[in-house]
Design a binder for this molecule. Structure first.
Ligand SMILES: Nc1ncnc2c1ncn2[C@@H]1O[C@H](COP(=O)(O)OP(=O)(O)O)[C@@H](O)[C@H]1O
Ligand SMILES: [Mg+2]
Length: 328
């Protein structure tokens, strides 16, 4: 069993909103993973399911073989450290040092151990002259590092950072990059939620994409990112123009660049003679509108797709499924 096993997990909030649907993945010890996806995709909900702040309403999460449903949140938090998306939801102490050492004191670590851990944390977050400050006098980006420090102090095997790059300048991003490298060298598993694609490309190999409460991609970044600039360059005047537009729009859909994907699809269809290929690109366009929940445009492109696809084609079947989803 991998260190983290997520098996057919769904999560429904008491409001009835299904924020995670039938999600499965495995994460091995020491992996470094980026989770991307648009706002509301379910990223934070997923992170909270991993560290036991939430329990699945369907399926199971196993951490080192332990089902989170059979463990207390305190137990899980000894293995999985989670840095909240919004630092203000995490911080509750009146000065930085108390915040960072809170859990260690709570679990009654020796003063010697606490001092040792504090030295390590200070080397990573570089807030030495702010330790006595009230966190609320500090900027958002600095408060984020306070919360990171508080999680790092616990030296958990697994660390989850929820949007650490938001609001960070170059110095902050470099500091984060350093922290990620150190944690990785120490053999810890690192899961980072971020919208900063450049940060993803620089620091992670495995990329998980969530969209609309589902996992839509989980692969090496090269498979997701690498082809975009190459495809863009290769397109104009290439005899395979049409195929390249199809690939490009597909990659853009993966990356949630839906407006760009729409444009690539329209260009592709314009240049395309082959009926089958037209169906594929029209399908990508229909899918783009499906993702945007734009029913009217979806319907138009669903019709176009069906016009060009062969009867019984998988596009036709998928389109019908999407239509049902949209009409729910
Ligand atoms: N406490 C909650 N109660 C009800 N719905 C929630 C709650 N938290 C989040 N949601 C909803 O669940 C969906 C996913 O939210 P979230 O996991 O925060 O997404 P992300 O982190 O990808 O932006 C959103 O539609 C959000 O409005
Ligand atoms: Mg979030």
């Amino acid at each position: 069993m991998a260190q983290i096993e997520v098996v057919n997990v769904s999560f429904q909030y008491p409001t009835g909103h299904r924020a995670i649907q039938d999600l499965s993945l495995s994460i091995d010890k020491s992996e470094k993973i980026a989770i991307i996806g648009e706002n509301g995709a379910g990223k934070t909900t997923f992170a909270r399911l991993l560290n036991g702040l939430l329990r699945p309403t369907g399926g199971d999460v196993f951490i080192n073989g332990l089902n989170t449903k059979a463990a207390t949140t305190a137990q899980i938090s000894r293995t999985v450290g989670y840095v909240f998306q919004n630092p203000d939801d995490q911080i509750f102490n009146k000065d930085v040092i108390t915040e960072i050492l809170y859990t260690l004191r709570y679990f009654k670590y020796t003063e010697e151990e606490i001092a040792k851990r504090l030295t390590r944390v200070k080397q990573l977050i570089h807030l030495d002259n702010l330790l006595e400050e009230n966190p609320y006098n500090l900027s958002y980006s600095v408060r984020k590092f306070v919360t990171i420090g508080a999680v790092l102090a616990n030296e958990t095997d697994i660390v989850i950072l929820d949007e650490p790059t938001a609001g960070q300048d170059k110095v902050g991003l470099d500091k984060l990059e350093h922290i990620i490298n150190v944690l990785n060298q120490e053999g810890r598993t690192l899961i980072t939620i971020t919208h900063d694609m450049e940060f993803v490309v620089r620091n992670f190999d495995r990329v998980v994409v969530l969209a609309d409460s589902r996992l839509i991609a989980d692969s090496d970044k090269r498979q997701i990112f690498w082809n975009i600039p190459v495809l863009e360059k290769a397109i104009a005047g290439n005899p395979e123009e049409c195929l390249l537009y199809k690939e490009l729009s597909f990659a853009q859909i993966f990356l949630q660049q839906l407006d760009k994907a729409g444009e690539s699809c329209r260009n592709g269809i314009k240049h395309c003679e082959d009926k089958k290929m037209k169906a594929e690109i029209a399908y990508n366009l229909a899918y783009t509108y499906f993702t945007k929940k734009d029913k009217l445009n979806f319907d138009n492109w669903a019709l176009e797709t069906k016009k060009w696809a062969d009867a019984g084609d998988r596009f036709t079947q998928n389109i019908d499924k999407m239509k049902m989803e949209l009409n729910k």
